[in-house]
Design a protein around this ligand. Structure first.
Ligand SMILES: Cc1cc2nc3c(=O)[nH]c(=O)nc-3n(C[C@H](O)[C@H](O)[C@H](O)COP(=O)(O)OP(=O)(O)OC[C@H]3O[C@@H](n4cnc5c(N)ncnc54)[C@H](O)[C@@H]3O)c2cc1C
Length: 509
């Protein structure tokens, strides 16, 4: 294997940024996977005099670790980190060489202060766009703290391990041999899960805000930037900064940018938010809103934030089917991200529940990887665009079941089938399969508001043309509102409207 010329030229440029010497300790055999890994590390070493190779025996073959001279960092790649993991490899090389990571100093301090021995292992697939964030976060922790090690494991190379651990979704992280978490996580989320989350005392003494934004997706970020640009005290409290954009691969409709990817867009949004001195409170979930003299927002950790105005931008989440087996077999065959988890079902039979655009896109995508896809649609007709339906019907390994209601996901320790009812006959049928991809739309994250603001039948917050809700001083924007179309650019626009609406309210009151 030789590197693609474009990747090679990128790598050459990155390697010029190395700040110290690096030793790659390589454990290889005579198998094809070892050959592939060896040709990558040989090529890297040939491109920089600061990188040397050393043969060794690591717990997994093929694998290699990235180290400083005379000091092991604990960062190991088992398999060949190309595809989406290529960036993880580049970052590991740069950071091990001494280049400063782009994370807040407070996060670096938290990592350095962790005491104890932590052996992390992450199962990934090279086509998973959620995996690199986790790999890079854990690599960073491993580089900064001598008690922490991390190995990225390509599930396609270490199939027996994946089977024996029943890994059915990536990234799947294990800590000291025990399952830790699956799915995309930021370094702050990993630290919080390890017991390093900030407690209520860090928030209790905050001065009241002029504008407090609840939710840190495109709507919330845009609202906060517009508010802060008015020179008023602005805060954002967000469970997961970036919101749904974190889960988006290619974005081609963000006007003025021909193509970008979710994590890239989130990073530039965050950079811009930081420019304005906005108080960003990440990993915090609001659970109650009440209007007294000021508007109060209570967080899950018990802290109460106060503000003259509030902008609600809590977005939406995947809709669950709510049938027996769905929650039980989540990550054990029930999946929501075809791009991430599809490769774990190579040669297997799967179902896609939902015949809208996202369901049919998922079915087309999966049909190229798995043995057979069954699409289950509740309505008598598919709702996806005609062009997608035409493509779907051209595929030989797809069956479409219309007018059916999913009743149960069956299994023992993992999914072994799905039961559905034919709505016209009332007959229940069962299909044996190994994976169920749920693609039935989104629900607004507004349950926590109760009756404080007017919501529609499906829970969307009702707003007027200024972004104002039924409660004076409280505004809303983005996917959590009754705006008819849910898109990044629309959320950003409505965030701006809500911020200007809130500013207008402030100067009049
Ligand atoms: C897979 C996928 C692909 C997509 N592709 C595109 C695309 O190509 N182009 C496009 O324009 N749009 C796309 N979208 C839609 C787009 O991502 C959304 O319309 C947009 O992200 C909505 O922004 P938002 O800020 O309103 O909400 P979200 O992005 O949902 O953000 C909500 C924020 O609120 C936080 N939050 C929720 N509840 C609470 C709480 N109680 N307390 C504190 N914080 C809370 C969340 O953690 C998050 O920070 C896609 C969506 C998905 C899921």
């Amino acid at each position: 294997m030789t590197l693609d010329p474009e990747i090679k030229s990128q790598l050459e440029q990155y390697l010029q940024l190395l700040e110290g010497n690096i030793v790659l300790k390589v454990s290889a055999g005579n198998d094809d996977a070892s050959e592939e890994m060896l040709s990558l590390v040989d090529e890297i070493a040939s491109m920089s005099s600061m990188i040397t190779l050393e043969k060794t025996q690591l717990p997994r073959t093929p694998s290699f670790s990235v180290n400083r001279v005379g000091e092991d960092t604990g960062v190991t790649f088992a398999g060949t980190p190309l595809g989406h993991e290529f960036t993880s490899l580049v970052l590991a090389l740069l950071q091990v060489s001494g280049r400063a990571p782009k994370v807040d100093q407070s996060v670096i301090d938290q990592i350095k202060n962790i005491r104890g021995e932590y052996t992390f292992e992450t199962y990934i697939s090279l086509s998973c766009h959620n995996c690199p964030d986790v790999v890079q976060a854990l690599n960073l922790m491993s580089i900064l703290n001598p008690g922490i090690t991390h190995t990225m494991i390509d599930g396609a190379v270490f199939k027996a391990e994946v089977e024996s651990k029943d890994v059915m979704s990536v990234p799947s992280v294990y800590l000291n041999g025990e399952f830790f978490e699956s799915g995309r996580m930021t370094v702050e989320e990993i630290l919080a899960k390890m017991g390093n989350a900030p407690d209520a005392s860090e928030f209790d003494n905050k001065e009241p805000f002029d504008v407090l934004v609840v939710g840190g997706g495109p709507a919330g970020a845009s609202a906060a930037i517009y508010a802060a640009r008015k020179g008023i005290r602005t805060g954002i409290v967000a469970e997961r900064f970036g919101g749904q954009v974190n889960d988006t691969i290619g974005i081609e409709n963000f006007i003025s940018v021909k193509y970008t990817e979710g994590p890239q867009l989130v990073a530039s949004i965050e950079e811009q938010v930081k420019e304005y001195g906005i108080d960003v409170m990440k990993l915090q979930r609001a659970k109650r809103l009440e209007k007294k003299d000021l508007i109060e927002v209570e967080l899950e950790n018990g802290a109460v934030l106060k503000s003259k105005t509030v902008i609600l931008s809590t977005g939406a989440r995947w809709r669950n089917m709510g049938v027996p087996g769905e929650a039980e077999f989540k990550n054990k065959g029930v999946a929501y991200c075809p791009h991430c988890d599809g490769p774990l079902f190579i040669g297997k039979d799967v179902a896609v529940v939902g015949g809208g655009n996202s369901g049919i896109e998922a079915a087309i995508d999966l049909a190229g990887i798995v043995r057979h896809v069954t699409v289950l649609e509740f309505a008598p007709e598919l709702k996806a665009d005609a062009v997608l339906q035409d493509r779907l019907h051209s595929l030989p390994n797809v069956t479409v079941l219309k007018n059916v209601q999913t009743k149960e996901v069956t299994g023992t320790d993992k999914v072994n089938g799905i039961s559905y009812e034919e709505r016209d006959t009332g007959v229940t049928k069962h299909i044996e399969l190994q994976g169920v991809f749920v693609q039935i739309g989104l629900v607004p994250n507004t349950d926590w508001l109760g009756d404080m603001v007017e919501r529609t039948r499906i829970g969307e917050i009702v707003v007027n043309s200024h972004g104002a809700t039924s409660l004076p001083g409280v505004f809303a924007a983005g996917d959590c509102t009754n705006s008819p179309y849910k898109q990044i650019i629309i959320s950003m626009g409505s965030g701006a409207t809500a911020a200007l609406g809130a500013f207008d309210y402030l100067i009049r009151n």
